[in-house]
Design a protein around this ligand. Structure first.
Ligand SMILES: *Cc1c(COP(=O)(O)O)cnc(C)c1O
Length: 392
């Protein structure tokens, strides 16, 4: 017998059904009730189940298991954003007096976290070129506790010397942390290659639809994983159920999207390289890429969905390009199901001086393309027409 409501304030019983939903339910509940203190006590003791959403909730667990599966690990966690994944790793693994060595072309906010925020906590940081292991080695200090790198850099698509950096980290007893956002678990699996921690901005290609902001972290050492999870929960970096639910749905098509986007990126890179108005194209597995051999060695055929190119004609041509390619959103993000264009000198890298940008090869005509899954003929047409209109 169904209980009749006695008050609209009390929750009404959930209708029962022998048949079950196919789709993962969305569970926004912040709190969970228990039958009695003994049961609750036991649950805390066992570390099972859910009590309070900041500590964990089913939608985060489901999503974490799926990304674990892709990374071939077990026990990763979801964070509220890619940046909170990095924040949780720093908070969980570092203490005052430690030194962190980072790649010099990390994601903009990661650079800021290292150069401006960690020093406030008495943590030393420095940056070096991850394509050059000698430069990395030269930046090591006796207190180097962590090395943070991205395999493929933003926006110049340079490929880090992962094998030698891994050896260096091992030799000096530092944790190797890899931000695998650009490469994704299809392109590269950090843990299998000897890293200690892998993290993602799930916001990008994994979730894939520009509608959820999330991160993911896994650490090989269970004690470290616990410390990172504690930092996530204590500092309140944990994710919303709705974002996890959306990201899980997006993730179901991740492999299909990846394959299509990568195939499109290869073809688009080739088409752009033939344009007179394009000075150079950067795509990791192309023969004309400065790190071609290393890219092929690390990534195989998986050059990924990101490419950059340099347009002749500076800022004026850049303005014309985005106006002509008006069907391709000009937006500072990546990993959407559709192609997006970004212009680092006016967005992610506007904080650098012109000389700073020049030293990275980021001129006013520099564009980064996050290639999506649309019909490649249309994409090539739109972008090559825009290049021609902008440079002639
Ligand atoms: C976007 C991005 C981040 C930050 O992720 P958010 O989800 O935006 O916080 C970190 N690293 C890389 C490589 C990224 O592309």
């Amino acid at each position: 017998m169904k209980k009749k409501p006695t008050s609209i304030v009390r929750r009404t019983e959930w209708p029962q059904s022998l048949s079950q939903p196919v789709v993962t339910p969305l569970q926004p509940s912040v709190v969970y009730h228990s039958p009695d203190p003994d049961t609750l006590d036991q649950q805390y003791q066992d570390g099972t189940g859910f009590t309070y959403a900041r500590e964990g909730h089913p939608n985060a667990s489901v999503l974490a298991q799926k990304i674990d599966f892709l990374e071939n690990v077990e026990g990763g966690i979801i964070t509220g954003s890619g940046m909170s994944a990095i924040g949780a790793v720093f908070l969980g693994c570092l203490k005052s007096g430690d030194h962190v060595l980072g790649g010099d072309q990390l994601y903009g906010r990661s650079l800021r976290l290292m150069t401006q925020d960690l020093p406030k906590f008495g943590i030393e940081t420095s940056l070096a070129d991850p394509t050059d292991v000698d430069a990395m080695r030269a930046a090591v200090r006796p207190n180097t506790r962590m090395i943070l790198v991205e395999v493929v850099s933003n926006p110049t698509i340079r490929v880090a010397d992962m094998e030698n950096i891994q050896k260096l980290a091992q030799e000096i007893g530092a944790l190797l942390v890899v931000d695998n956002t650009f490469t994704t678990p299809i392109g590269y699996q950090p843990i299998k290659s000897g890293a200690d921690v892998v993290l993602h901005s799930v916001t990008k290609l994994l979730a894939g639809h520009s509608d959820a902001t999330l991160g993911y972290v896994f650490a090989k050492d269970p004690e470290l994983m616990t410390a990172i999870n504690d930092a996530n929960v204590t500092w309140g970096l944990t994710p919303s159920p709705f974002d996890c639910w959306l990201a899980e749905r997006g993730l179901q098509s991740f492999k299909l999207r990846y394959q299509q986007a990568q195939s499109n990126a290869e073809k688009l890179a080739e088409a752009l390289s033939k344009e007179a108005g394009v000075k150079r194209v950067l795509y990791p597995t192309r023969a004309d890429h400065p790190d071609h051999n290393r890219a092929v060695h690390l990534l195989g055929d998986n050059g990924g969905h990101m490419l950059s190119f340099e347009l002749n004609g500076g800022r004026e041509a850049a303005n014309k390009l985005t106006r002509h390619a008006s069907n391709i959103p000009f937006a500072p993000t990546l990993g959407d199901i559709g192609t997006t264009l970004s212009h680092p000198p006016s967005s992610s890298h506007r904080g650098l001086t012109a000389e700073g940008r020049a030293s990275l090869g980021i001129t006013e005509g520099f564009f980064r393309v996050s290639v999506g899954v649309e019909d490649v003929e249309i994409l090539i047409d739109e972008l090559t027409n825009a290049v021609q209109a902008a440079t002639t």
